[in-house]
Ligand binder design. Structure first.
Ligand code: FSO
Ligand code: SF4
Length: 542
């Protein structure tokens, strides 16, 4: 196996025997084979577009299948095999439709590839097809191709959620299929691949906008909301991941059943959405972020639903209480089809739940762009009067590796006349810190999930407009933590927007070759984080 798609990759180079995340060799090579099968589907989908065919199920499947290969989503080789064979089935069906319209059907490479049915043969094929640096013709193009694949996984995850909420744009699918179809080509030069990667940032911005619209249309505009970190005596279900629709369906099905619903990890911002918080049994946030699940889940007295990443290999002590959904899977863990939560509800009712109330502290969430911009005049006034000296966006995704306390330390050190915007699971390093307020404005504003980087971008662009300056001239610094491929697509969006001076950590992506890294550092001033004191000083120009 060769996998270097996430920040915790072995030795900062690549996982080659088993994933640090727990992914097996078998799962890894099958995931790469699935990407190859999707390249073929991409080629035929593009041929279809030329004759006016743009199939909804092909588009949605492509996103779900890419999403399933993202870090901490699918550890089940059987499930990945099913995706591979489904990709081939859809590709062949699409070919017939293209032929019927006299379109030209591609048959080269992945477009006519047929995976062997025998498991051993399938694995052998997967091992041969897996992209490896030693067989790459050009290390920089190889690096940009990997960046494209990883960024595509991020876009696909967001588009998957958005599509479920009825928000789609043909340009997103066209890009995904075009990029997939191009991966096999040797015709493109370095500049073409740089452009492909920057276009990815543009498409991801569109995708985050679609998801923002889908979430806000369906569940209302988030409002600042206090979320209890304690629990109530009673039966309990824990929900993790990012999918608000899955949570909504669970809330509907558990209404009046005497079960409290708790969030874990990235589901925390769900508490800010009016259509979700209206459910009285939607109580609070249990535990912290994804990387602590193996410590926190054993103590939770009820079933646990993983709507998306980040799933870690479940310990035996709680494995039978975990349920996966959509693209998430783990061998031997129950998978919910559609939105039928009856087994989860049954289990919650049979279990004891929490014996007594525990009144923990509370945290604030719900500062979406609409909310922050509704007080824009006060914010602008604060900047003009000198009450607000600087904004920091400290967020992104968190990981399990030590050394990530950089972010909590950084936030602790921020001066009292500065505002910290945050999002993603990176915030769990400091989400319960009381930073106080500037006037009525809390100093720590949780804008939501990683996809709500869209909100942060909207706020930054609006401030730049109000002050009539370029976004890079704002008193704003971006301290971005990255872990998996959604963060890759967000980073590319920031680059596409021309945002410079990003402090990136805890380490730089292993899939960027020295030349690509040099190019990014020179063109966009991307800086690796150093220590909080030094970086803070440099942000404040001191
Ligand atoms: Fe985190 Fe995981 Fe949201 Fe990521 S829970 S690490 S960037 O999946 O998606 O912020
Ligand atoms: Fe390693 Fe990350 Fe790939 Fe898992 S996803 S195998 S930890 S690089």
């Amino acid at each position: 196996m060769f996998c270097n798609q996430c920040e915790q990759t072995a030795k900062g180079v690549a996982c080659t025997k088993i994933g640090v995340c727990g992914k097996s060799h078998e799962t890894d090579v099958l995931q790469d084979l699935l990407i190859y099968a999707l390249q073929g589907l991409g080629k035929v989908a593009q041929a279809g577009r030329k004759v006016g065919i743009d199939e909804k199920d092909v588009n949605f499947f492509t996103c779900e299948a890419l999403f399933t290969t993202l870090t901490n989503v699918n550890f089940d080789p059987e499930s990945i095999k099913n995706y591979i064979f489904k990709a081939i089935e859809l590709r062949e069906q699409l070919k017939e439709k293209v032929k019927a319209k006299n379109g030209e059907v591609p048959e080269d490479g992945s477009a006519s590839f047929n995976p062997p049915k025998d498991h051993k043969e399938l694995l052998k094929t997967a091992e041969q097809i897996e992209p490896r640096p030693e067989t790459a013709k050009d290390p920089d193009i190889f690096s940009l191709k990997l960046t494209t694949i990883y960024g595509l996984k991020g876009i696909a995850a967001y588009q998957y959620h958005a599509a479920k909420l009825g928000e789609e744009d043909p340009m997103v699918y066209e890009y995904i299929h075009r990029a997939l179809a191009t991966l096999e080509s040797d015709d493109l030069g370095l500049e073409d691949w740089v452009n492909m990667v920057l276009e990815l940032g543009k498409v991801n911005l569109k995708t985050m906008e679609l998801l923002d619209r889908g979430n806000h249309k369906n569940f209302g505009v988030p409002k600042p909301t206090e979320v209890p970190l304690g629990h109530k005596a009673g039966k309990a279900i824990l929900v993790s991941g990012h999918d608000l629709q899955d949570l909504y369906e669970l809330l509907k099905q558990t209404e009046g059943k005497g079960i409290y619903i708790y969030t874990h990890g990235e589901m925390l911002p769900a508490h800010g959405y009016p259509e979700l918080k209206k459910f009285e049994h939607f109580y609070g946030h249990y535990g912290t972020a994804w990387q602590n699940q193996q410590k926190e889940f054993p103590e939770f007295p009820g079933p646990i639903v993983m709507t998306t990443n980040c799933l870690m290999p479940p310990k035996e002590s709680y494995k039978d209480r975990v349920f996966t959904m959509g693209p998430v899977a783990f061998s031997g863990v129950k998978h919910i089809s559609g939105h039928d939560f009856s087994e989860v509800i049954d289990m919650a009712q049979k279990m004891e739940g929490f014996k007594e109330d525990a009144n923990g502290r509370k945290v604030l969430t719900g500062f979406a762009h609409e909310t922050v911009l509704s007080v824009a005049d006060k914010v602008i006034e604060g900047v003009k009067s000198g009450a607000i000296k600087h904004f920091f966006l400290v967020g992104g995704c968190d990981g399990a590796k030590p050394g990530r306390n950089y972010y909590s330390r950084f936030v602790e050190l921020t001066p009292k006349d500065t505002v910290v915007l945050t999002l993603g699971c990176g915030k769990f390093r400091f989400f319960d810190k009381d930073l106080g307020t500037i006037g009525e404005l809390p100093r720590l504003l949780d804008m939501g999930q990683c996809n709500d980087a869209y909100s942060a971008i909207q706020v930054a662009l609006a401030l730049a407009k109000a002050f009539n300056v370029d976004v890079n001239e704002l008193p704003l610094s971006l301290i971005v933590s990255w872990y998996e491929q959604k963060a890759v697509s967000i980073l590319l969006t920031l680059l596409y927007l021309g945002i410079k001076n990003i402090y990136l950590g805890p380490s730089l992506p292993a899939f960027l070759s020295p030349n690509v890294l040099k190019f990014l550092a020179e063109k966009y001033d991307i800086k690796p984080i150093s220590d909080p004191e030094t970086d803070l000083k440099s942000c404040l120009g001191a």
